[in-house]
Design a protein around this ligand. Structure first.
Ligand code: BDP
Length: 334
């Protein structure tokens, strides 16, 4: 018996080894596995674009690189994922420029409320020379921004009344993304800001830890926040670009030819994300309306804008080197 068993095992082992060798021969030698971070659920415009980026990279490199996208922030919340990508523990990601501010100071310019007049202005400016300046700042912190995604305009929403004037936000406890500028932004409206990971907001709204938050229609809808916070007020105070970013270490491992292919794939992903975004905004808006959400027009946005002036003044005072970036963005929208 023991002899037989031994023989059987040996046979099994060698067959397995042979199988392994065949697999190795069939797939390209040492395929590079890339781990990609995504905060959104499957089916969200960004998720679809990232999936397609992964497929295109695998195809263009004949499987030498195998990117895999991990959705729903399962690899960590955004500030944590930014660090992981900076140190190469993650290979690529779709990051919003809001929580990027504490790490790449120049990107705080993008978080100044009302800095962009419309998503189209944002796209045009980020696709040009000004966008390259942000990409340079990111590269200094080990993040290679290959293309820019959109995230629409963020508006305030809360549980028990419309916010039509700045004073309507007085006393509100509002969740913001991790960035001091947003704490100041809510302060200027007389509210109390709580920075908190995206994934914790639903529960915090439900239990009354916060009264509201702020986001674009697709996130307001896909996160389920609209089920709890039924007043969505069109303040449109932030129009934030997002990057498709690669870890510098993963980028530098690529040949010049592969870099070109990966960049192309990222640019295609951005085109796709922007198209899908448009459709998703309409779909999400309809869905929240159907569920009984009240959408409030803000007739005088300039009242909100005026409240933000101290943020600009202080920012420029503290970051004189970034003043030209602010004024160049403003001048590009005149
Ligand atoms: C969404 C962004 C995502 C942010 C999230 C948030 O796409 O990157 O993490 O808002 O509010 O719109 O945290």
């Amino acid at each position: 018996m023991p002899i037989n068993n031994n023989l059987k095992m040996k046979g099994t082992l060698s067959l397995a080894a042979l199988g392994g060798a065949m697999v190795l021969m069939a797939s390209p030698a040492q395929a590079e596995q890339w781990r990609g971070w995504n905060i959104h659920p499957p089916g969200y415009p960004n998720s679809i674009a990232l999936e397609d980026f992964a497929k295109e990279v695998a195809k263009k490199t004949d499987g030498r690189i195998e990117p895999k996208v991990y959705n729903n922030a399962v690899l960590g919340d955004q500030p944590d994922a930014i660090e992981q990508t900076r140190n190469g523990a993650l290979d690529f990601a779709n990051f919003n420029m809001g929580p990027m501010g504490p790490i790449v100071n120049a990107t705080n310019v993008l978080s100044l409320p009302f800095i962009f007049k419309s998503p189209d202005d944002m796209y045009r400016i980020m696709d040009g020379e000004i966008g390259d300046r942000f990409a340079d700042a990111l590269a200094k912190k080990n993040l290679i921004a290959l293309s820019w995604f959109g995230s629409g305009a963020r508006s305030l929403y809360n549980t028990d009344h419309p916010v039509k004037t700045p004073d309507d936000a007085k006393g509100l406890k509002v969740r913001v993304m991790n960035n001091d500028l947003y704490v100041q932004m809510i302060d200027e409206l007389g509210g109390n800001a709580t920075p908190m990971p995206y994934g914790d907001v639903y529960q915090a709204l439900k239990t009354g830890v916060i009264d509201g938050a702020e986001n674009n229609y697709p996130s307001y809808e896909s996160s389920g926040h609209y089920e709890v916070a039924k007043y969505y007020s069109l303040t449109e105070h932030l129009i934030l670009p997002e990057c498709l970013c690669i870890a510098k270490s993963s980028w530098e491992d690529l040949s010049a030819e592969d870099q070109k292919m990966v960049r192309e794939a990222a640019e295609n992903a951005a085109k796709e994300q922007r198209q899908l975004w448009q459709k998703r905004v309409e779909k999400s808006k309809q869905k929240v309306l159907d569920s009984g959400v009240t959408i409030n027009k803000v007739n005088d946005k300039s009242a909100f804008q005026a409240r933000m002036q101290p943020i600009y003044d202080e920012f420029i005072k503290q970051n004189p080197d970034l003043e030209s970036l602010v004024t160049d963005i403003q001048a590009a929208q005149k």
